[in-house]
Design a protein around this ligand. Structure first.
Ligand SMILES: Nc1nc2c(c(=O)[nH]1)N[C@H]1C(S)=C(S)[C@@H](COP(=O)(O)O)O[C@H]1N2
Ligand SMILES: [Mo]
Length: 500
């Protein structure tokens, strides 16, 4: 292989090594990639007067310049490694080892030093040498043209892989930095909002039962976003248009200025199976949607609010549910904190009594007042029901399904919900026997779930415990076993236990 080819191979191999270490650094979520650590060390080691002279010339572009110099230096040294690879393998290896050693030293002396950083650096060195070996191996083709073709083809494939891996690494890394910036903005917000302590009497605190207040970190999460949108509240707006008398655009500050209302609301997902856990209860702080709609003025004939999120998800909500006085909110806080990013930061909707897919738009940025006849939305396009009212349901948390318990008296406990109608009663039966009324804990309003419990006496053998809730209109939940599609699962929750 000629000199030019080995130099080119060296440049390509070092670029590939660099891309591999940058890509790994991004995947491993490192605060700083090895190349940036080296650039930082270079900046730190540059004598003051020289640094000042450089800054005098390039101004604030000194940091990109430092990184660019490191990259150029790596490629130049890489060309030397390539040049030496065949005739002076030992020297080439020593040069790579020396470079990797220096890079590892800078990684380890940085405040974000980590074993993963060392790993990413070493992986870069290994890729560099692997690529050189691949490109410069003595090949068996006697015909120079054939070996040239193989070299060029291999080099092209490696070049593409380098660009893809390096590019993806940069995208990931910049998203990581943006996420950190948004988390800092979020942490710095102080919004007067109620703490998420349960009102007296709501939580029976029975072992094995979910707490009445769902901690934010345990709150179920459902959305179509591979990565949640990262929105700075300072940039957030909600544009309201469509069948309104006056269009309006609201900012985050506009919402804060209106003052926040706190409301305990349980939200749940239409995809929650009977007995499932896609449900959570918390105190939301937000601005009532009804007042905002009154301000823009609804035109006659409108019956739907089509909301769109920053990431393009849509949902259609019946205007009735937003204007009948219930606590439908444009929420800014969850459990006394600014919304977590995954739960819609900075602003989302929460509407008592409707499944999330027709009401709970996270990262909401646009409202169109419209008619159901004229629209379709993300999930309704995919076969789910248009309106999505929550069906009365109950869940047995204790005893756990499949558990073995002692004969005699045992506590059966769980939750029940019928948001915005309220739960009037919960009953329990064993092996299809007589329904026995459970004791209900406190629910501060009809929009939250309610805990319940009942002592039952079980004798030895296998038993099935079932529950059913009755809403405040007097309607018991149905025993018809229906799956989640198209508008929510029904049937009694049932738990099988072995009593010994
Ligand atoms: N932007 C956006 N908002 C969304 C969704 C979504 O996919 N994208 N999913 C909805 C569904 S189906 C549910 S059940 C709730 C869940 O809210 P959570 O993740 O805060 O529990 O958000 C709703 N809001
Ligand atoms: Mo959902």
């Amino acid at each position: 292989m000629g000199t030019r080819a080995s130099i080119a191979a060296g440049v390509l191999a070092s670029a590939a090594g660099l891309a591999a270490s940058e890509g790994l650094a991004a995947v491993l979520d490192l605060r700083e990639s090895p190349a940036v650590s080296v650039a930082q060390s270079v900046i730190g080691l540059t004598p003051g007067p020289i640094a000042e002279a450089i800054i005098g010339v390039v101004g604030t572009r000194d940091k990109p310049l430092a990184i660019a110099s490191v990259v150029v230096a790596i490629l130049l040294l890489g060309s030397l490694v390539g040049r030496w690879w065949t005739p002076r393998r030992l020297a080439a290896g020593a040069l790579v080892a020396g470079l990797a050693g220096l890079a590892i030293a800078s990684v380890l002396t940085r405040p974000y030093a980590s074993p993963q950083g060392v790993f990413a650096t070493l992986a870069g060195a290994v890729v560099l040498m692997g690529v050189l070996q691949l490109l410069l191996r003595e090949n068996e083709h006697a015909v120079p043209d054939a070996s040239r073709r193989i070299f060029l083809r291999t080099a092209a494939v490696i070049a593409v892989a380098t660009v893809v891996v390096g590019g993806a690494g940069q995208v990931l890394a910049s998203r990581h930095r943006r996420r950190e910036a948004i988390e800092r903005v979020r942490a710095a917000l102080t919004i007067a909002s109620r703490r998420g302590t349960a009102p007296a009497g709501t939580d029976l605190a029975i072992d094995g039962q979910d707490p009445w207040v769902t901690p934010n970190r345990d709150f179920y999460r459902i959305d179509t976003a591979l990565q949640p949108p990262l929105i700075d509240p300072a940039d957030w707006t909600l544009r309201i248009h469509g069948m309104v008398d006056r269009e309006l655009t609201l900012t985050y500050q506009d919402l804060l200025d209106r003052g926040l209302t706190d409301a305990w609301i349980t939200i749940c997902c239409v995809s929650n199976e009977v007995g499932g856990d896609l449900i959570g209860n918390t105190v939301w702080g937000g601005v009532p949607i009804q007042g905002i709609l009154a301000e823009v003025g609804l035109r006659a004939g409108a019956d739907a609010l089509l909301s769109t999120s920053e990431d393009g998800w849509t949902c259609g909500t019946p205007l009735d549910a937003l204007t009948d006085g219930r606590a439908a909110l444009l929420a800014l806080t969850m459990n006394g904190e600014p919304l977590p990013v995954a739960h819609g930061f900075p602003v989302r909707q929460v509407v008592p009594g409707l499944y999330g897919y027709v009401s709970a738009t996270k990262w909401v940025t646009e409202w169109e007042v419209t008619r159901f006849d004229d629209i379709s939305a993300y999930w309704t396009d995919r076969g789910w029901g248009e309106r999505g009212p929550v069906k009365t349901q109950s869940r047995i948390d204790v005893p756990a399904a499949g558990s073995s318990i002692e004969a005699g008296s045992t506590v059966v406990a769980g939750v029940a919900w019928a948001q915005h109608r309220g739960v009037e009663a919960v009953e329990v039966r064993v092996d299809g026997g007589r329904w026995q009324p459970a004791t209900l804990a406190v629910a501060p309003n009809p929009d939250t779930w309610v805990q319940w419990s009942l002592d039952v006496t079980l004798d030895a053998g296998d038993h099935t415990i079932e529950a059913r809730a009755t809403d405040a209109t007097g309607e018991p939940q149905t025993d018809a076993i229906i799956g989640v599609l198209p508008d929510g699962a029904t049937g009694y929750p049932a738990v099988d236990v072995r009593v010994g």
